[in-house]
Structures are given as C-alpha cells and as structure tokens.
Design a protein around this ligand. Structure first.
Ligand SMILES: Cc1cc2nc3c(=O)[nH]c(=O)nc-3n(C[C@H](O)[C@H](O)[C@H](O)COP(=O)(O)OP(=O)(O)OC[C@H]3O[C@@H](n4cnc5c(N)ncnc54)[C@H](O)[C@@H]3O)c2cc1C
Length: 367
C-alpha cells in the first residue's frame, strides 16, 4: 500500500466497509487494467486485510452477522471484480478456520488469515458439485500415522501463491469426507499455471496437484466434512453476494454516466433502465441483509432462500452488465472501456460455484 494513501487515511475510526471503500477507490483504479491482464494484487489484498475486511466474521457463534464482510466485498467489487472475488476467497478461508473445532489450527491461522497477513482461498467447487451429484470428488486420501496422505488434482483454485493456503476436501477409502487446509509451501503440492482466462486473470488462479501429500491432523478442519459443510454452506454462498452487489452497482453507474450524451436513444431500452436495476438491487440487498444476519440457520426453507438469492444475484449481475454494454454502445466496446471488463467479470458471478446451472438443479431438486 502506498505511503501517500496511508497519510490520507482519516477513516481509521470509520466503519470497516467505509475504510475498505476508501482504499478500493484510491488504490484500485490505477491497477484494474493490470489486474485484468494478469497482475495479482497481493499488496491491495493485504491492505484491505489491515483495514479489517476479512476480520468481521471470525467470532463463529450464533448471532454472527456476515453483512459487514459482504459490504466490504461490495466496495471492492464495485471497482474490480477480480479483487472482489479474491476478497471472497480470503473471506471463505477465514470462515472455514473460524468454524473448525480444531483449536490448534484455529490458533495457527485465524488471526493471520483474518488480518490478511496469511493469504489464501478455497478449493470447494469440486466438493460442492460432488455433494449435489454433478461430478466425483477429485482428491483421495488414506489414513496414516498422525494424518492422511492425499493425492489428486483440482483444476482451479484462486488467491494463491507459493506461501498461501486453502481449504478443500478429500475422500477416504471408506467413503468418509475430510475437510482440511492445504499449504502451498509444501513441496508435495504443485501449483500449475492456468491457460489465460477471458477475465479474472489476476486472481492468482492455479491448477493444484497433490502428489501423495502428507496432511497432518493439525491441518484438518473436520474429520467428518459433511456436518461441517452443512454448518458453513450458507455463509459460503452468502459471502459471494458482495461480488454481485458491487458489480451491479457499477454497471448501474455506467448506464447513468452515458445518459447525458445518449439518454435520448437509450430511453428506448425500456426494460433495461438503470432505475429498474436499482429497484432489483435494492430488493436483493434487503433479502441478503436478512439472510446474512443469520448464517447458522439450517432449516430447509432458509437454505432454499439462500440458493434462490444466489441465483437472483448472478442473474441480476449479468443482466445489468449486459444492459450497461447496450447503453454504452461503441465506447463500451473499446478494449479500454470498464464496461466490457465489467461484463466479462459479471459472467464469472454466473459460472463460479455454485454456478447458475447448479443453482437451478438444486432448486429443481428441492421441489
Ligand atoms: C478464473 C477461475 C477461478 C476459479 N477459482 C476457483 C477457486 O478458487 N476455487 C474453486 O474451488 N474453484 C474455482 N474455479 C472453478 C469454478 O468455481 C467453477 O467450478 C468452474 O467455473 C466450473 O463450474 P461449472 O459448474 O460451470 O462446471 P462445468 O464447467 O460444467 O464443469 C467443470 C468440470 O469440467 C472439467 N473441465 C472442463 N474444462 C476443463 C479445463 N479446461 N480444465 C480442467 N478441467 C476442465 C473439470 O472436471 C471441471 O471440474 C474457478 C474457475 C475459474 C474460471
């Protein structure tokens, strides 16, 4: 983080999301193009960590409110979807550690992940898809003295680097699932660069190869992963809402920005006016505020609302980004335009696990 910014921070006593907003608005704009093209913004991720972005959901007890974390992620995503996604990766890592019953692991990682000193993410896409019958678990483990030996590969895990950590799941020979923290510094864990993406290239995303990796019991989040996942799944999904809310807010702003010069013709986009997206965003935000204030609720009806809200969030983000392209016209089609970057980022909200198609499958099966 630049010294110039540190000097101008007058918001130390401001609420956490406002502090994150101040950093995002000053530090991210000069970086967004480089991030879009593959620069991993480790300093920025640490700077918002120092401002408390990942620390508001460490007290894993009933009554915990995920709204501040979501609001902070919204502030980041309003400027940069890649950084907003990495904020979610880090938040989710903290969420796992905060909820484990493994006190040794908590002692080792909770404070440092919550402060952003230890960066990392989550490899739960494959497990989340496997639990809903979409694909098989890719990591296999067997019990050995003091831990497990794990092998297999995950195609994409983000917010990683050589000294980062992430939470994921393997399956034992007897079918039991175990959730654990993988340490990228372990030589038996290989980080493989991915082919370039359409967007999100600066997200520190790697393919991960576990080469008979020893996972000590001290890194196990839950020896029985399924009850643990039931406990953390609503938070996992709800935390993603910050990406949708921030991105949609900027798409609305982009539509309004071109109104002075193009409003006379853009008004014929009658079903895609910024005010309509504002209304939809307000309704979504109200639902998210309510759900995120009770992340430990486990009733079937609550889970259904979470899944529906997540689906609505992806749909709204993609629709707002699409409309923003139509409003901006040729200027939005320029490679230098933020509008086309927002559109590419918005699709990620629809494809990141739980993807739109998975959410629709889940809702269909609930019926
Ligand atoms: C930029 C980026 C970052 C991501 N970060 C994370 C992360 O941090 N953590 C995480 O758990 N997941 C991550 N993912 C995965 C993501 O959450 C989704 O699982 C993924 O986008 C596909 O979801 P889907 O439901 O559409 O599955 P589908 O696309 O329908 O199916 C995905 C499956 O198809 C296979 N597959 C298809 N194409 C390829 C390919 N080119 N390489 C390898 N396998 C392939 C794999 O088995 C894969 O699991 C990331 C994906 C992307 C594109």
């Amino acid at each position: 983080m630049s010294l110039a910014f540190a000097d101008t921070v007058t918001t130390k006593t401001a609420p956490m999301p406002a502090r994150v907003r101040a950093i995002s608005q000053s530090e991210l704009p000069p970086l967004v193009t480089a991030i879009d093209e593959g620069h991993y913004p480790a300093d920025f991720m640490r700077a918002i960590g120092a401002a408390g972005a990942y620390a508001s959901h460490t007290d894993a007890r009933p009554g915990l409110d995920l709204n501040p974390a979501i609001a902070a992620m919204g502030e980041v995503s309003e400027v940069c979807g890649s950084s907003g996604f990495m904020t979610w990766c880090q938040d989710t890592l903290v969420w796992y550690v905060a909820n484990t019953a493994n006190d040794e692991l908590k002692e080792r990682l909770l404070a440092t992940t919550a402060s952003g000193d230890q960066l990392g993410g989550t490899g739960l896409s494959n497990p989340m898809k496997s639990f809903f019958g979409i694909e098989k678990l890719k990591l296999k483990g067997r019990r050995v003295e003091g831990g497990y030996v794990v092998r297999g590969a995950l195609p994409w895990v983000s917010n990683l680097g050589e000294d980062h950590v992430f939470g994921t799941v393997f399956e034992r020979e007897d079918g039991e699932k175990v959730m654990f923290i993988a340490d990228c510094a372990d030589p038996a864990i290989e980080l493989l660069p991915c082919d370039p993406f359409l967007a999100m290239d600066g997200t520190g995303t790697y393919g991960i190869h576990f080469k008979d990796t020893f996972v000590p019991d001290s890194l196990v989040l839950a020896h029985e992963a399924m009850p643990f996942i039931k406990k953390i799944r609503a938070g996992f999904v709800l935390l993603q809402m910050g990406m949708a809310i921030g991105l949609t807010r900027d798409c609305i702003a982009q539509m309004k920005r071109v109104r002075p010069s193009l409003g006379h013709v853009n008004k014929f986009l009658v079903t895609q006016q910024p005010e309509q997206f504002e209304e939809a965003l307000e309704a979504l935000t109200a639902e998210v505020n309510d759900l995120a204030a009770q992340p430990y609720e486990t009733s079937a009806s609550f889970w259904r609302r979470v899944v529906q809200a997540r689906l609505d969030a992806g749909d709204l983000t993609m629709a707002a980004a699409h409309a923003s392209m139509l409003h901006a016209g040729a200027r939005g089609y320029l490679k230098s335009s933020p509008v086309q970057r927002r559109m590419r980022e918005a699709y990620f909200v629809g494809i990141v696990t739980p993807a739109t198609k998975q959410l629709r499958k889940m809702l269909a099966e609930m019926n």
